[in-house]
Design a protein around this ligand. Structure first.
Ligand SMILES: [Zn+2]
Length: 281
């Protein structure tokens, strides 16, 4: 049976020792209590996360709320061994199923954070039986976890593009930097110009700047000077969008001029040839 629960929990480095149903009048709902422990050799310091030798079995047990199983509330129960960390001292060991200081398993927290994104406060609190404030703490932990698990968007940039765009009817500008290879936005900031683009490069480590080979953008001088200062080896390329847009605009002007000339000269055949609808530039 323990093996089945091990598979159901599916948390690496966790051993299920026992499982039982506790149906006591002191508890609002029956609880499926699963006794677990971190696998031997998996003890880590809860502060720095490094693998450490065990110190003792600690004092008492702790409980973590896990995702419900049918009508049963599920709780993991474990004693909290302590580790002897040369850097952090004697501290409680990290457990693979939960964040330090949390009373919920990582799986429960992930479910709660997802539900918060798709349902309102009443549904989240009612369905999961957690206070809204607690759900907020959970969402914060999940976001931090995702952030640290994600590689930096600034790693491995080789071809980037920069452009400014406006919103609120052209009153507010933002500068956007994209990663052309991975087709995604990597950075955005209010305003535009050299000072703003400088802020982007200031966030990059030297090796992250060195990997950039090509910077695309429009013909703005601030892009040139900024790229020359931060990535002297990168090639500055005018992006296709702007070239097509400029070419279309130029062609449109030529067409208008020819049409006006022809109209003045009374050349009906030429005016109808030049009157093709203009492409918006
Ligand atoms: Zn430590």
């Amino acid at each position: 049976m323990n093996r089945i629960f091990n598979q159901l929990l599916n948390v690496k480095g966790t051993v299920v020792e026992d499982a039982r149903i506790v149906d006591s009048p002191l508890r609002p709902v029956p609880v499926l209590e699963i006794r677990v422990r971190p696998r031997k050799g998996m003890l880590r310091c809860s502060r720095c996360g490094r693998r450490r030798h065990g110190y003792d079995q600690g004092g008492g047990v702790r409980r973590w709320r896990h995702q419900d199983f049918g009508c049963w509330r599920v709780e993991l129960v474990a004693s909290m061994p302590r580790v002897d960390c040369p850097e952090c001292g004697v501290v409680v060991a990290r457990v693979p199923w939960a964040e330090p200081g949390s009373r919920f398993t990582k799986d429960f927290e992930a479910e709660c954070a997802w539900l918060m994104g798709v349902a309102n406060q009443k549904t989240v609190s009612g369905f999961l039986h957690v206070a809204w404030r607690t759900a907020g703490d959970i969402a914060r932990r999940v976001a931090d976890r995702l952030r640290t698990a994600m590689p930096s968007p600034f790693d491995g940039l080789t071809v980037i593009g920069v452009d400014e765009t406006s919103h609120r009817k052209g009153h507010t500008y933002i500068t956007v930097v994209v990663d052309h290879e991975r087709h995604r936005v990597v950075w955005a900031h209010d305003g535009y110009g050299r000072d703003v683009f400088d802020l982007f490069f200031q966030q990059l480590a030297e090796e992250q700047k060195a990997s950039i080979r090509v910077v695309t953008g429009d013909g703005a001088r601030w892009i040139d000077s900024c790229v020359a200062a931060h990535c002297p080896n990168a090639e500055r390329v005018l992006d296709g969008f702007h070239i097509v847009s400029w070419m279309t605009g130029a062609l449109d002007q030529v067409r208008k001029r020819l049409w006006n000339d022809a109209r003045r000269a009374g050349d009906e055949e030429a005016t109808s040839a030049c009157a093709a609808p203009s492409t918006p530039s």
